[in-house]
Design a protein around this ligand. Structure first.
Ligand code: GTP
Ligand code: MG
Length: 195
Protein backbone atom coordinates (compact mmCIF):
# COMPACT_ATOMS: atom_id res chain seq x y z
CA UNK A 1 0.00 0.00 0.00
CA UNK A 2 1.21 3.48 -0.80
CA UNK A 3 0.76 5.72 2.22
CA UNK A 4 0.27 9.37 1.34
CA UNK A 5 -1.25 10.54 4.54
CA UNK A 6 -0.83 9.55 8.18
CA UNK A 7 -1.84 11.51 11.24
CA UNK A 8 -2.52 10.99 14.91
CA UNK A 9 -6.19 11.69 15.58
CA UNK A 10 -6.44 11.02 19.29
CA UNK A 11 -4.73 9.42 22.26
CA UNK A 12 -7.68 7.88 24.03
CA UNK A 13 -8.07 6.39 27.48
CA UNK A 14 -11.77 5.62 27.26
CA UNK A 15 -14.53 4.80 24.86
CA UNK A 16 -16.06 8.24 24.64
CA UNK A 17 -12.83 9.50 23.08
CA UNK A 18 -12.65 6.94 20.26
CA UNK A 19 -13.05 8.43 16.76
CA UNK A 20 -16.55 8.27 15.36
CA UNK A 21 -15.95 8.31 11.62
CA UNK A 22 -16.52 4.54 11.36
CA UNK A 23 -13.37 3.73 9.41
CA UNK A 24 -12.02 0.20 9.78
CA UNK A 25 -9.37 -0.33 12.44
CA UNK A 26 -6.35 -2.56 12.90
CA UNK A 27 -5.11 -2.76 16.48
CA UNK A 28 -1.65 -3.69 17.68
CA UNK A 29 -0.97 -5.97 20.62
CA UNK A 30 2.19 -7.26 22.24
CA UNK A 31 4.63 -6.98 25.10
CA UNK A 32 6.15 -3.71 26.19
CA UNK A 33 9.12 -2.78 24.06
CA UNK A 34 8.54 -5.57 21.52
CA UNK A 35 8.21 -3.14 18.61
CA UNK A 36 4.50 -2.37 18.08
CA UNK A 37 5.02 1.33 17.43
CA UNK A 38 8.03 0.55 15.24
CA UNK A 39 5.86 -1.83 13.21
CA UNK A 40 3.41 0.98 12.44
CA UNK A 41 6.19 3.40 11.53
CA UNK A 42 7.81 0.92 9.16
CA UNK A 43 4.54 0.13 7.41
CA UNK A 44 3.72 3.77 6.82
CA UNK A 45 7.34 4.86 6.13
CA UNK A 46 7.45 7.36 8.95
CA UNK A 47 10.40 7.38 11.31
CA UNK A 48 8.67 8.35 14.52
CA UNK A 49 5.00 9.16 13.98
CA UNK A 50 4.19 6.45 16.50
CA UNK A 51 6.59 7.34 19.31
CA UNK A 52 9.07 4.60 20.14
CA UNK A 53 11.61 4.15 22.91
CA UNK A 54 14.32 1.76 24.01
CA UNK A 55 12.60 1.78 27.42
CA UNK A 56 9.43 -0.28 27.91
CA UNK A 57 6.14 1.47 28.59
CA UNK A 58 6.41 4.26 25.99
CA UNK A 59 2.86 3.94 24.66
CA UNK A 60 0.36 4.52 27.48
CA UNK A 61 -2.89 5.28 25.69
CA UNK A 62 -4.85 3.98 22.71
CA UNK A 63 -3.36 6.01 19.88
CA UNK A 64 -5.47 6.26 16.76
CA UNK A 65 -3.48 6.90 13.58
CA UNK A 66 -5.57 7.65 10.52
CA UNK A 67 -3.91 6.33 7.37
CA UNK A 68 -4.79 7.66 3.90
CA UNK A 69 -8.06 8.84 5.41
CA UNK A 70 -9.28 5.28 4.96
CA UNK A 71 -8.43 3.26 8.06
CA UNK A 72 -6.83 3.42 11.50
CA UNK A 73 -3.85 1.77 13.10
CA UNK A 74 -4.54 1.69 16.83
CA UNK A 75 -1.33 1.58 18.83
CA UNK A 76 -1.77 0.28 22.34
CA UNK A 77 0.32 0.03 25.52
CA UNK A 78 2.23 -3.21 25.87
CA UNK A 79 1.89 -5.83 28.59
CA UNK A 80 4.33 -7.93 30.56
CA UNK A 81 6.60 -5.24 31.92
CA UNK A 82 7.62 -6.37 35.40
CA UNK A 83 7.94 -2.90 36.92
CA UNK A 84 4.28 -2.02 36.41
CA UNK A 85 2.16 -1.81 39.59
CA UNK A 86 -0.88 -3.99 40.11
CA UNK A 87 -3.08 -0.91 39.86
CA UNK A 88 -1.62 0.05 36.50
CA UNK A 89 -1.96 -3.49 35.23
CA UNK A 90 -5.63 -3.46 36.14
CA UNK A 91 -6.10 -0.13 34.42
CA UNK A 92 -4.47 -1.59 31.31
CA UNK A 93 -6.80 -4.61 31.46
CA UNK A 94 -9.91 -2.46 31.73
CA UNK A 95 -8.84 -0.19 28.89
CA UNK A 96 -8.05 -3.11 26.60
CA UNK A 97 -11.21 -5.01 27.45
CA UNK A 98 -13.39 -2.00 26.87
CA UNK A 99 -11.78 -1.54 23.48
CA UNK A 100 -11.82 -5.17 22.34
CA UNK A 101 -15.29 -5.86 23.67
CA UNK A 102 -17.12 -2.90 22.22
CA UNK A 103 -15.35 -1.73 19.10
CA UNK A 104 -17.39 -2.67 16.02
CA UNK A 105 -14.93 -1.12 13.61
CA UNK A 106 -12.06 -3.30 14.82
CA UNK A 107 -11.31 -5.62 11.89
CA UNK A 108 -8.17 -7.45 12.93
CA UNK A 109 -5.40 -7.51 15.52
CA UNK A 110 -1.69 -7.54 14.79
CA UNK A 111 -0.01 -9.51 17.57
CA UNK A 112 3.68 -8.65 17.70
CA UNK A 113 6.06 -11.13 19.33
CA UNK A 114 9.84 -11.11 19.70
CA UNK A 115 11.21 -13.68 17.31
CA UNK A 116 14.44 -14.00 19.29
CA UNK A 117 12.67 -15.61 22.24
CA UNK A 118 9.92 -18.10 22.85
CA UNK A 119 6.55 -16.37 23.23
CA UNK A 120 5.81 -15.71 26.91
CA UNK A 121 2.85 -16.76 29.00
CA UNK A 122 1.48 -13.24 28.47
CA UNK A 123 1.78 -13.65 24.70
CA UNK A 124 -0.13 -16.91 24.84
CA UNK A 125 -2.83 -15.24 26.95
CA UNK A 126 -3.08 -12.37 24.53
CA UNK A 127 -3.42 -14.73 21.59
CA UNK A 128 -6.21 -16.57 23.43
CA UNK A 129 -7.86 -13.25 24.36
CA UNK A 130 -7.97 -12.22 20.68
CA UNK A 131 -9.39 -15.62 19.74
CA UNK A 132 -11.97 -15.34 22.51
CA UNK A 133 -13.26 -12.14 20.90
CA UNK A 134 -13.34 -13.93 17.58
CA UNK A 135 -11.09 -11.41 15.92
CA UNK A 136 -8.82 -12.22 12.99
CA UNK A 137 -5.19 -12.15 14.08
CA UNK A 138 -1.97 -11.59 12.16
CA UNK A 139 1.14 -12.59 14.08
CA UNK A 140 4.29 -10.60 13.50
CA UNK A 141 7.54 -12.19 14.67
CA UNK A 142 9.69 -9.08 14.89
CA UNK A 143 13.40 -8.26 15.32
CA UNK A 144 14.26 -10.79 12.64
CA UNK A 145 17.39 -8.74 11.91
CA UNK A 146 18.78 -9.82 15.29
CA UNK A 147 18.78 -13.51 14.37
CA UNK A 148 21.46 -15.05 12.19
CA UNK A 149 20.14 -16.37 8.89
CA UNK A 150 20.70 -20.05 9.61
CA UNK A 151 18.70 -19.86 12.86
CA UNK A 152 15.67 -18.03 11.53
CA UNK A 153 13.65 -21.04 10.46
CA UNK A 154 14.09 -22.64 13.86
CA UNK A 155 12.91 -19.51 15.69
CA UNK A 156 9.89 -19.14 13.44
CA UNK A 157 8.83 -22.73 14.05
CA UNK A 158 9.36 -22.39 17.82
CA UNK A 159 7.20 -19.26 17.98
CA UNK A 160 4.37 -20.89 16.05
CA UNK A 161 4.59 -23.98 18.19
CA UNK A 162 4.67 -22.24 21.58
CA UNK A 163 1.76 -19.97 20.67
CA UNK A 164 0.00 -23.02 19.28
CA UNK A 165 -1.41 -20.95 16.44
CA UNK A 166 -4.27 -22.13 14.27
CA UNK A 167 -3.15 -23.43 10.91
CA UNK A 168 -5.18 -20.74 9.18
CA UNK A 169 -3.50 -17.88 11.07
CA UNK A 170 -0.82 -15.91 9.33
CA UNK A 171 2.65 -15.64 10.87
CA UNK A 172 5.06 -13.13 9.32
CA UNK A 173 8.76 -12.86 10.18
CA UNK A 174 9.43 -9.12 10.31
CA UNK A 175 12.01 -6.46 10.96
CA UNK A 176 11.20 -2.81 11.54
CA UNK A 177 14.93 -2.18 11.26
CA UNK A 178 15.48 -3.54 7.75
CA UNK A 179 11.92 -3.66 6.43
CA UNK A 180 11.70 -7.40 5.97
CA UNK A 181 8.11 -8.69 5.95
CA UNK A 182 6.60 -5.30 5.19
CA UNK A 183 4.96 -6.32 1.89
CA UNK A 184 3.66 -9.54 3.42
CA UNK A 185 2.18 -7.58 6.31
CA UNK A 186 0.40 -5.17 3.97
CA UNK A 187 -1.06 -7.97 1.89
CA UNK A 188 -2.28 -9.76 5.02
CA UNK A 189 -3.87 -6.55 6.28
CA UNK A 190 -5.45 -5.51 3.01
CA UNK A 191 -8.02 -8.31 3.11
CA UNK A 192 -9.46 -6.72 6.28
CA UNK A 193 -9.49 -3.21 4.91
CA UNK A 194 -11.54 -3.76 1.78
CA UNK A 195 -14.95 -2.15 1.54
P1 GTP B 1 5.71 0.07 24.27
O1 GTP B 1 5.09 1.28 23.64
O2 GTP B 1 6.59 0.41 25.43
O3 GTP B 1 4.73 -0.99 24.58
O4 GTP B 1 6.78 -0.56 23.20
P2 GTP B 1 6.58 -0.91 21.65
O5 GTP B 1 6.12 -2.32 21.51
O6 GTP B 1 5.79 0.13 20.95
O7 GTP B 1 8.10 -0.88 21.14
P3 GTP B 1 8.85 0.23 20.27
O8 GTP B 1 8.31 0.25 18.87
O9 GTP B 1 8.87 1.51 21.03
O10 GTP B 1 10.33 -0.40 20.17
C1 GTP B 1 11.06 -0.74 21.31
C2 GTP B 1 12.55 -0.81 20.97
O11 GTP B 1 12.79 -1.91 20.08
C3 GTP B 1 13.09 0.41 20.27
O12 GTP B 1 14.39 0.67 20.74
C4 GTP B 1 13.13 0.01 18.81
O13 GTP B 1 14.10 0.69 18.06
C5 GTP B 1 13.46 -1.48 18.91
N1 GTP B 1 12.93 -2.26 17.75
C6 GTP B 1 11.65 -2.33 17.34
N2 GTP B 1 11.52 -3.13 16.26
C7 GTP B 1 12.77 -3.59 15.98
C8 GTP B 1 13.32 -4.46 14.97
O14 GTP B 1 12.63 -5.00 14.10
N3 GTP B 1 14.66 -4.70 15.03
C9 GTP B 1 15.47 -4.15 15.96
N4 GTP B 1 16.76 -4.45 15.94
N5 GTP B 1 14.99 -3.31 16.92
C10 GTP B 1 13.68 -3.03 16.92
MG1 MG C 1 4.71 1.69 21.69
Amino acid sequence: MKVNHAEIVISAVSKKQYPEDHLPEIALAGRSNVGKSSFINRLINRKNLARTSSKPGKTQTLNFYRINESFYFVDVPGYGYAKVSKKEREKWGRMMEEYFQTRDTLKAVVLVTDLRHDPTQDDIQMYDFIKYYDLPVIIIGTKLDKITKNKRKKHINRSKQVLDIDETDIFIPFSAEIGEGKDEAWSALSQYLRG
